[in-house]
Design a protein. Structure first.
Lengths: 152, 512
């Protein structure tokens, strides 16, 4: 079988639909719902059947025969950014907004090719401070600015 | 209606709201101009700010961002042949050749005048059509609403690209599936929470939109290697615009095109699922046919008509897509789907009751459309040479900033770091699906309509004593469902019919 982009996508979504269908059976039904025409499982079950059917159709009748080519794509950089974002999510609370965000931006700029350290700092830090001031005083959205050990 | 317009004027014409319209138009133009980022990302990035405002101000801000983003998309289409969104692809057909021949300023001015006229004429049509449609739809019951939502979802298929129907439908179902995550609204039973407390309230709409649009678009730009030579070319194009004057002959040529394309764009925009892209291509094709062989041959080489038609139509369609949103509570496009989500976040249920219960929101949106279009013309057009410098900001600074604004936008609403992790996961999946050419907008549409669809179906069954007979016994419900079925099956069957016809032709010609 020719593994086109459509077929890969169809297979991935089919897998998701199968897990969804399996999980839909874990939805707890209350006693009074057992004989009703519509209960908490109805919609998920219908959707699971539709999803499985449609993904099979996409696999069997793909709209194009284009194949996925990773050549020319810098996917390790994309993955590195995903890891960076995840670490930022974990760090923003304990490390504080100002430091965590400044580091996130500086590392991000550097990963995309900026090598001038002064420029890294001068773009990231004032922008983060300005953003924090704007959110805190302009829109009254408070976010802890400092690392945990510096908080009173 | 006059009372309504006055309510709208008094709400929209406050100092604060005018400021939001100006800000929205500028920010929208700025974001829309960045290749890869379209109106959906622009609005998504604005939601956290809009959420902190009162409903009418928030909606006015988002509507202004919407228009600004479309205008910005046209600018990057004309200057660097990089349409930010599909709806401005047709603009680049004639806008870019015009810019290449040293008339970038003129091309931008024609685009701005056409957008303005399309937007204003369509807003007038919206003003007339929306209240009428809203009063008619007051007679709708939950059974009809359920059918309308089915129609809204199936219309996605009708307007999906050639051969893309199945993928669009599949993505709609995925969106519907994601909408079932969280506590069941009626009986309070948790569904698909995997035992995680963070999922009890379901997946945040903002999180999903940010991850699938802003975040994944930035990630796509990161993984596609940046072409520095091309960036340099873009910087040069943005720096030299030339004169913005439009001659009398050109204006004469534009007027009938604008008239026709406005009506066409508006009507296409009203159809659920259609939207600005189809409108712009249809207007381009129609005008090329009307232009005749001499003028028609200029299309694609810098024709005034070829630039004016899609620009008018995409703005008119953007306005038209507000009709189903405001009157039926059904989004007409991916962008209005995001707006619907934002309205629901405010506790406002768009639909026929909106016209009666919250006339300030209803009318101020309509009035703000005029205001937005005027601002775009008066303020943005002269500022274009300066705003165009955004194209010169190096991608190495821009992309991490977009990622940061997406993440923090979601975090500032929930203050839950789990949301950031979930967003990263959705961003990864959305990027993979984008690489595999699966559309994202149908998923958002499915996600937003999913909850409402289930609720209306459940209510309909309750009213009908658990009997499904309402599906065929109530004429209005049945009619809407039949239209939905037609929307669904006609595009699916048309390739087979075309193939059958071609075969029959072959057989006949061989027989001859």
């Amino acid at each position: 079988m020719h593994l086109s982009k459509d077929r890969i996508g169809g297979l991935l979504i089919l897998l998701f639909c199968l897990v969804y269908a399996w999980q839909s059976q874990n939805i707890r039904l209350l006693p009074f719902q057992l004989n009703s025409a519509f209960h908490a499982r109805t919609m998920p079950e219908v959707l699971a059947v539709l999803g499985i059917g449609l993904s099979l159709l996409v696999i069997v009748f793909p709209s194009s025969r284009d194949t996925l080519s990773l050549r020319g794509l810098n996917w390790p950089l994309g993955l590195a950014f995903l890891v960076l974002m995840s670490i930022y999510g974990l760090a923003v609370r304990p490390v504080g907004f100002l430091l965590a965000t400044s580091l996130f931006l500086m590392i991000g700029f550097a990963m995309l090719g900026e090598r001038n350290i002064a420029r890294l700092v001068l773009v990231a830090v004032p922008l983060v401070v300005l953003f924090w001031v704007l959110m805190n005083y302009g829109l009254s959205v408070f976010i802890e600015p400092l690392p945990a050990f510096l908080r009173s | 209606m006059l009372d309504g317009i006055l309510i709208g004027l008094s709400t929209a014409f406050t100092f604060q709201n005018i400021l939001f319209v100006i800000m929205g138009c500028l920010v929208g133009t700025f974001i829309g101009m960045l290749p890869g980022l379209g109106p959906m990302s622009a609005i998504a990035l604005m939601i956290p700010i809009a959420a902190s405002l009162e409903p009418s101000a928030g909606i006015i801000l988002m509507a202004a961002v919407y228009y600004g983003a479309i205008f910005g998309g046209s600018t990057s289409s004309i200057l660097i042949n990089a349409p930010g969104v599909a709806s401005t692809v047709a603009t680049s057909f004639d806008g870019y050749p015009m810019a290449k021949s040293g008339k970038a300023g003129k091309a931008l001015a024609i685009a701005a005048y056409s957008s303005f006229s399309g937007g204003v004429i369509a807003a007038l049509m919206l003003l007339i059509a929306a209240p009428y449609l809203a009063s008619v739809s007051l007679a709708f019951q939950s059974t009809d609403y359920f059918a309308l939502m089915v129609l809204g979802l199936s219309a996605v298929a009708a307007f999906a690209g050639k051969g893309e129907v199945l993928k669009a439908l599949l993505m709609t179902v995925v969106g519907l599936m994601l909408s079932t995550v969280g506590t069941d609204q009626t009986v309070g039973v948790p569904r698909f929470t995997l035992g995680m407390l963070d999922l009890v309230d379901g997946i945040s709409f903002l999180l999903l939109v940010m991850a699938t649009f802003a975040l994944s678009e930035a990630l796509m730009a990161i993984i596609k290697k940046i072409d520095e030579a091309k960036r340099e070319e873009e910087r040069k194009a943005a720096a030299q615009l030339g004169s913005m004057a439009v001659s009398k002959e050109e204006v004469k040529e534009m007027i009938p095109v604008i008239g026709r394309s406005s009506v066409l764009g508006f009507l296409i925009g009203v159809l659920p699922g259609a939207g600005a892209t189809i409108a712009s291509f249809l207007a381009y094709g129609t005008e090329q046919r009307i232009a005749g062989p001499v003028k028609g041959a200029e299309f694609g080489k810098g024709s005034v008509r070829g630039l004016s038609a899609p620009e008018t139509a995409n703005n008119a369609a953007a306005t038209g897509s507000f009709v189903p949103l405001l009157t039926l509570g059904i989004p007409g496009s991916g962008t209005t789907a995001i707006m619907l989500g934002a309205l629901i976040g405010y506790g406002i249920q768009p639909g026929p009751r909106l016209y009666l219960d919250q006339p300030d929101v209803f009318w101020s949106v309509i009035v703000s459309m005029w205001l937005g279009n005027i601002i775009l013309l008066v303020l943005n057009l002269p500022l274009i040479p300066y705003i165009a410098r955004v194209l010169a900001i190096p991608a190495r600074f821009l992309l991490p900033l977009i990622l940061f604004f997406s993440l923090i936008g979601v975090y500032f609403v929930s203050f839950n770091t789990f949301d950031i992790q979930l967003m990263v996961l959705f961003g990864l999946v959305a990027t993979i699906l984008r690489l595999l050419s699966f559309p994202m907008a149908p998923m958002i549409l499915g996600f937003i309509l999913g909850g409402m669809m289930e609720e209306n179906l459940r209510r309909a069954l309750l009213i009908n004593n658990d009997s499904w007979s309402f599906l065929w016994e109530r004429p209005l419900t049945l009619t809407i469902l039949l239209i939905a079925a037609a929307c669904l099956f006609v595009p699916m069957l048309s390739p087979f019919v075309a193939r059958m016809r071609a075969k029959t032709k072959d057989v006949t010609s061989t027989g001859d």
